[in-house]
Design a protein around this ligand. Structure first.
Ligand code: CU
Length: 637
């Protein structure tokens, strides 16, 4: 009762505060239902002083499911050449796009008028240049919390800060798209780490499903949510030689979750709900701890359906959501009854974040994807002619963490419907296009070869450095939850702008052990490099004072964690051990030095404050050589 009284007092003080500052629309604060929340869409102009809106107060319109066909993202075309290489200009802009047939068009952001942005088709060994142009309006589409990194962000400048990161790109530091390398429209203002307008992607790494997305410090969550993301498919002769499904049978699918208003506009919360700790002490417009939308959006369509023939397809799956985990499986589905049945065709995983696996892996059960992760999978629909399947997700929002029961973090089970055409309709619908695949003798993997690529093991014993890293939770001056990255020397974590603490040497192999001291799972991402997952152990078994890992004693990586990864999920109270090589390795990847980032890929966490730089320093040999040069120059003076 005491608590109840004090909460009432909280509401009153909040109400008083808002009234005195002349802000209308208090029902969200007073915890009323959705019906009572004034809509921005009732004809009154909405402006900066719109009422705070939390996820708990909001429900998206009740849309009919499985109406629209999943579109394919467009393909980017070079604008010309630069230094003899293809040169792209991709413009970030604001436009309207229909996310569902029954909704008015939604104002979104994208690249070249597309959400998701056009796919860049790149070729191994053929570098390209990209100029990421910012042509966005002066004002952000979504509510901006100006307390996030206010010490380093000039929130009063005109224009929206953006910077595009090629996720999974083994690229030079100046083209990495780091958080503080932002720029506004026409490069009018630039961040302290901005270096150049044209990014150079050397494409000297295995063929892989990469993607590009915004990375501007403090507002990445908002820029990505508004739509700034797209695919970057790196291909190679080797991959083509595998004769995997291609053309119409290769489909990139980016899975996102959004919340929408009745007028079709994107909803993103401007305040933290009470259930997540929000109270009157929080800033007027506040970053939220995580974001979970109630509408699945695949390639920019809400509740979509995908029509396939009863044959083998290649799906390039990308979790492009802000915070949400997915645990995916195809289930038989009775569309009339709205009921799921038995398991459908399994995912046969052929590639991971950083390229092809050594051999196909049939996923027995669910395929897990944290934010930012890709899964290159093959699915054989030949036994499901005429059937309907559901792409089903059973991951709770906070995943294997705590506090996953409150209303705003509810799961999103239904993602996409798949209609498998009748076998008899195949010839008519495909317009005479036929696929090879008559030589299927590989059992469950259909036309997929037994050997896909050479993925050398990184030798753990050769690791020259063992980094003991931490994920930590804390709070800010307003009492809001905040996450940090730390290490053995400072387990409670560092600020983004504290001096660089992780400085691997080019040409060396390291072990990165990431210990999760928080109450929820985090998908951890390293820029520049791809790593291999050695395994997991519980925090209680982990000795952070001792270097070296006994791999045999660890819980093995999941089947979908084999090969080259750039994101790995670390659960609460566990340690994940990675082995990573910095620089070229057995003809794979390339040498780069300089500053990059590592961070949680839940973008709400990345913004606040789960992101740190690391710096790859030149090899000691090179440094010795450089200092010799310096000395001789000094001598000659
Ligand atoms: Cu996180």
């Amino acid at each position: 009762m005491t608590d109840r009284t004090s909460r009432t007092g909280t509401y009153l003080s909040r109400r008083t505060l808002l009234l005195s500052s002349g802000v209308a629309g208090l029902s969200a604060v007073a915890g009323c239902t959705t019906d009572d929340v004034p809509s921005n869409t009732d004809g009154t102009p909405s402006d900066d002083e719109a009422e705070p809106r939390t996820v708990a107060d909001h429900s998206s319109p009740d849309l009919e499911k499985w109406v629209d066909e999943v579109p394919r993202p467009g393909v980017a075309e070079p604008a010309g050449t630069k230094d003899g290489q293809p040169y792209y200009e991709l413009e970030m802009n604001e436009f309207e796009q229909r996310l569902h047939s029954d909704l008015p068009p939604t104002t979104v952001w994208g690249y070249d008028g597309q959400f998701p942005g056009p796919t860049i088709e790149a070729e191994q060994g053929e570098p390209i240049y990209v100029r990421w142009q910012n042509d966005l309006p002066d004002e952000h589409l979504l509510p901006v919390d100006t307390t996030v990194h206010e010490e380093m962000i000039p929130y009063d400048i005109d224009g929206v800060r953006t910077v595009t990161h090629l996720h999974g790109g083994n690229v030079e530091a100046a083209s990495d798209g780091k958080a503080q390398g932002w720029f506004t429209r026409d490069f009018e203002a630039t961040g302290p780490k901005f270096e150049q307008k044209d990014y150079y992607y050397v494409n000297d790494q295995p063929a892989a499903t990469l993607w590009y997305h915004d990375h501007a410090v403090g507002i990445t969550r908002l820029n990505v949510y508004a739509g700034l993301a797209g695919f970057y498919l790196l291909r190679s002769d080797h991959e083509r030689g595998l004769d995997l499904p291609d053309g119409e049978d290769e489909i990139p699918l980016v899975i996102q979750d959004r919340s929408l208003d009745e007028d079709g506009s994107l909803f993103y919360p401007s305040a933290v709900s009470e259930a997540r700790g929000g109270d009157e002490s929080y800033p007027e417009t506040s970053i939220v701890p995580e974001f979970y939308g109630d509408v699945p959006v695949v390639n920019g369509k809400a509740w979509p359906r995908l029509s396939v023939d009863p044959e083998t397809y290649r799906f390039r799956l990308l979790n492009g959501s802000n915070s949400r985990f997915y645990d995916l499986e195809l289930l038989e589905y009775d569309e009339t009854a709205g009921e799921t049945g038995d398991a459908g065709p399994s995912f046969v995983q052929i590639g991971n974040d950083g390229g092809l696996l050594s051999e196909p892996v049939e996923i027995d059960g669910r395929l897990e994807m944290g934010a930012g992760q890709r899964a290159d999978v093959v699915v054989d629909f030949s036994a499901y002619a005429g059937e309907t399947l559901l792409l089903h997700n059973d991951a709770p929002s906070l995943y294997r963490g705590s506090d996953d029961k409150n209303e705003e973090t509810k799961p999103l089970p239904e993602i996409m419907l798949i209609d498998v055409a009748d076998a008899s309709a195949d010839g008519g619908e495909s317009g005479g296009e036929t696929d090879a695949g008559t030589d299927d003798d590989g059992g469950t993997t259909g036309t997929v070869p037994d050997e896909l690529a050479t993925v050398p093991d990184l030798p753990v014993d050769a690791a020259e450095q063992h980094r003991h890293l931490t994920l930590a939770a804390g709070s800010d001056e307003y009492g809001r939850m905040k996450h940090f990255l730390g290490n053995r020397e400072q387990p409670s974590g560092y600020a983004l702008d504290d001096p660089v603490t992780e400085e691997p040497e080019l040409g060396t192999t390291e072990i990165w052990s990431i210990a999760n001291n928080t109450g929820m799972s985090h998908p951890m991402h390293l820029h520049l490099v791809h790593f291999q997952v050695l395994g997991r152990e519980s925090l209680s078994d982990y000795d952070r004072e001792t270097d070296g890992v006994d791999v045999d004693s660890l819980e093995s990586p999941e089947p979908y964690e084999l090969g080259w990864n750039d994101v790995v999920t670390v659960d609460p109270a566990e340690v994940v051990h990675l082995v990573v090589h910095f620089g070229e390795y057995e003809g794979l990847f390339n040498d780069q030095t300089g500053e990059y980032m590592w961070h949680c890929h839940m973008v709400e966490h990345e913004d606040y404050d789960m992101m740190r730089p690391f710096r790859v320093r030149p090899s000691d040999d090179a440094e010795a050589h450089d200092s010799e040069g310096d000395n001789s120059a000094t001598d000659s003076e």
